[in-house]
Design a protein around this ligand. Structure first.
Ligand code: 13P
Length: 250
């Protein structure tokens, strides 16, 4: 059985004060939740505050990205070693906002995936189609292409110890959620695609749904056979809403 994972992607939001309040609220509410893995991914500049407060709790912390390189002259970047040293267990890689707004190709994302795994941090590898791609009926092709870049670089066991997040781009921040059936169909496809390389890894990999998931729709989405949790944007910025989504994963 796969334990569900609910991860909050706080994106570029919050002040030191508001972020401390948020993580304190999440840590306090999460104490009574067992049977669900919980993580939050604040902005890099807030990682020190958040990991200090989350230390010793059942709330893990992740970064929202990591550099392809480990150290050196890469102004503005943060290496996975720095992220790990800060106490992070996860790193989101290949979020659609990184892919579209910052030009991250499948190959760059695959390289990031490799450095994160090599550091012993769990990648939360994001994939998903745009609205145009869905309407052109190439959702599966797009997801397969994004996944195959990692297989090409890392071999058949690439996804061991990693998390995949299916985030249809048209559902992110739009209030338009994929229906549970639509999401389940893609999740099942993703699992089958990974199973072609390694059936055990496919069976054990948490595949999260992301895109306007909230307390109202979380249970139906996470009730699907291949949906093992969520990557939550907007609804993760309020402790009560985020905890309600975590609760729905139980
Ligand atoms: P929303 O939940 O705000 O749609 O964002 C989803 C997302 O991008 C999580 O990574």
């Amino acid at each position: 059985m796969r334990t569900p994972l609910v991860a909050g992607n706080w994106k570029m939001n919050g002040s030191r004060a508001s972020v401390k309040e948020l993580i304190n609220g999440v840590v306090a509410g999460a104490k009574s939740l067992s049977g669900v893995d919980i993580a939050v991914c604040p902005s890099t500049i807030h990682l020190a505050d958040v990991t200090a407060i989350a230390a010793g709790s059942n709330v893990a912390v992740g970064s929202q990205d990591a550099c392809t390189e480990l150290k050196g002259a890469f102004t503005g970047e943060t290496s996975i070693e720095m992220i790990k040293d800060m106490g992070c267990q996860y790193a989101i890689i290949g979020h659609s906002e990184r892919r579209t707004l910052y030009g991250e190709s499948d190959d760059i994302v695959a390289k990031k995936f490799a450095v994160v795994k090599a550091a012993g941090v769990t990648p939360i590898f994001c994939i998903g189609e745009t609205l145009e791609e869905r309407e052109a009926n190439i959702t599966e092709d797009v997801c397969a292409r994004q996944i195959d870049a990692v297989f090409a670089a890392q071999g058949d066991d690439a996804f061991a110890g990693s998390v995949i997040a299916y985030e249809p781009v048209w559902a992110i921040g739009t209030g338009k959620t994929a229906s549970p059936e639509q999401a389940q169909a893609v999740h099942a496809f993703i699992r089958q695609h990974i199973a072609k390389h390694n059936a055990d890894i496919a069976e054990n990999t948490q595949i999260l749904y992301g895109g306007s998931m909230n307390p109202a729709n979380a249970k139906d989405l996470m009730g699907q056979a291949d949906i093992d949790g969520g990557l939550i944007g907007g609804a993760s910025l309020k402790a009560d809403d985020f905890l309600a989504v975590c609760q729905a994963g139980l």
